[in-house]
Design a binder for this molecule. Structure first.
Ligand code: ADP
Length: 421
């Protein structure tokens, strides 16, 4: 009952407010109606009707007003008005800090405590975030000149993280302000990786291109009439175009793998048959490098779900590396055995060489794009620096893993752990 009369009272107040807001329009309308009555001599009833219409129009709510009344009703109905700022802050996944007009912290959510530590109510944010960009952000929002503002801020410790920090005024006479920190570190890392990749790929292409351009120049000038030099230079140019072609093939392979969203389900790969064909196809390279390839295959059915062409490429890259870099060992073993992971049935394919091996510090980085232990050696072996990153990409798509074990001077073993289901 009390609510109904309070509601009627507030409706009356709203009508009065609308009439007051439209007072000048109303006055102009009344003058116009009287002028028409006086000069055009219309009837008294028409005059009363026109005045009533005018008053009704002045009392109608305008659109924006109607919307805000609706929004207020919706907030009231959903209980949002009773929602505490603390709960709202806790529901925000990004670090969030509420502060007052003196830049003293009032409240911080759990994400802010986890990200910045050492926060406490009453603490000065100007002292906590001393970076000039944060000072400027706090100054600009507290000066009242803007309702919201944002800056990029890097927190150096314990690990470097870059945030897009936005500050806004809460308003509604609360005297409070909010800082929200959006972590940009991952986006930055991906941007940096992309830029590095483009720089590396361009550099790798530019080197043979520069060499070809140089030889063309020489062939047109000093070596014009020297058949022996011409043959030698043409051979180098052919090698360089081969190098560029291999690099472009590997780059296309990588980008095709990145574009392929998922593995076609239902296809199976016979490891015995696939690895046999890899060994056969690399027979000439192995022979050229004086390598004998030995097979140690477990008995029975060696079948895993996967894409045959992609797994062929994995074993081909690994065996090719073993033949190239493990040349001095004289032999390479390729083994297929039941996986030793009790949690997941599968097969382990190991390609082991007995060459110089890989020093421990290189192993974690060896699958990165363009990472090579010895750039010159890789180039003379017709490497692009992309082979193992292609391997890693394909294995990820197969839910498989690559593990590398090596002891300097004793060779290297690359094992692919493939799940059977
Ligand atoms: P690349 O095209 O240079 O062979 P990869 O990605 O296949 O590129 O290999 C990266 C680097 O890892 C090679 O340049 C080489 O330094 C090292 N590497 C790969 N396999 C072996 C191996 N079996 N023994 C020693 N070093 C290896």
């Amino acid at each position: 009952m009390a609510e109904t009369s309070a509601g009627q009272e507030s409706k009356g107040q709203a009508l009065a407010a609308r009439l007051w807001r439209n007072r000048w329009l109303l006055a102009a309308g009344v003058v116009a109606v009287f002028a028409v009555y006086y000069f055009a001599g219309v009837s008294g009833y028409a005059l009363l009707l026109a005045l009533a219409l005018l008053a009704a129009a002045a009392m109608l709510p305008v659109d924006a007003e109607r919307q805000s009344t609706d929004a207020a009703a919706a907030i009231e109905a959903s209980g949002l008005q009773r929602l505490s700022g603390e709960y709202l802050a806790a529901a925000v996944a990004d670090p969030l800090i509420i502060f007052d007009h003196s830049a003293a912290m009032v409240h911080a959510n759990a994400a802010a405590f986890a990200a910045f530590g050492g926060l406490a109510p009453g603490m000065s944010l100007a002292l906590k975030f001393r970076a000039p960009e944060m000072q400027a952000l706090l100054d600009s929002i507290l000066s009242g000149e803007v309702a919201s503002d944002a800056v990029d801020y890097t927190e150096k410790l314990p690990v470097e993280r870059t945030y897009r920090v936005s500050a806004s005024t809460v308003g509604h006479a609360t005297g409070l302000y909010v800082l929200v920190f959006k972590d940009q570190s991952e986006t930055r890392r991906i941007d940096r990786m992309r830029a590095d990749f483009i720089a590396n790929a361009s550099h790798e292409l530019r080197t043979p291109l520069a060499s070809i351009a140089g030889f063309i120049e020489t062939l047109r000038g000093p070596a014009r009439n020297d058949p022996a030099a011409r043959d030698q230079f043409l051979q180098i140019m052919q090698n360089q175009t081969g190098r560029m072609a291999r690099l472009i093939d590997d780059l296309l392979s990588l980008s095709r793998l990145e574009m392929k969203p998922y593995l076609k389900p239902g296809t199976e790969v016979d490891l015995r048959q696939t690895i046999d064909s890899v060994i056969d196809s690399l027979g000439p390279l192995a022979a050229e490098n004086g390598i004998v390839v030995e097979r140690e295959f477990a008995n029975g059915r060696l079948v895993v779900p996967g894409d045959r062409d992609e797994l062929f490429q994995v074993f081909e890259n690994l065996l090719e590396n073993a033949c190239k870099y493990g040349q001095s060992g004289g032999h390479v073993t390729v083994s297929v055995a039941a996986g030793d992971d009790a949690q997941q049935a599968g097969f382990d394919v190991t390609i082991r060489d007995y060459g110089p091996g890989i020093a421990e510090e290189h192993i974690p980085r060896i699958t990165e794009r363009f990472y090579r232990v010895d750039v010159e050696n890789s180039r003379t072996q017709k490497g692009t620096g992309l082979g193992l990153s292609i391997v890693k990409h394909i294995l990820t798509r197969h839910n498989a893993r690559l593990s590398i074990k090596s002891e300097v001077g004793k060779g290297a073993a690359f094992t692919v752990h493939l799940p059977a289901r």
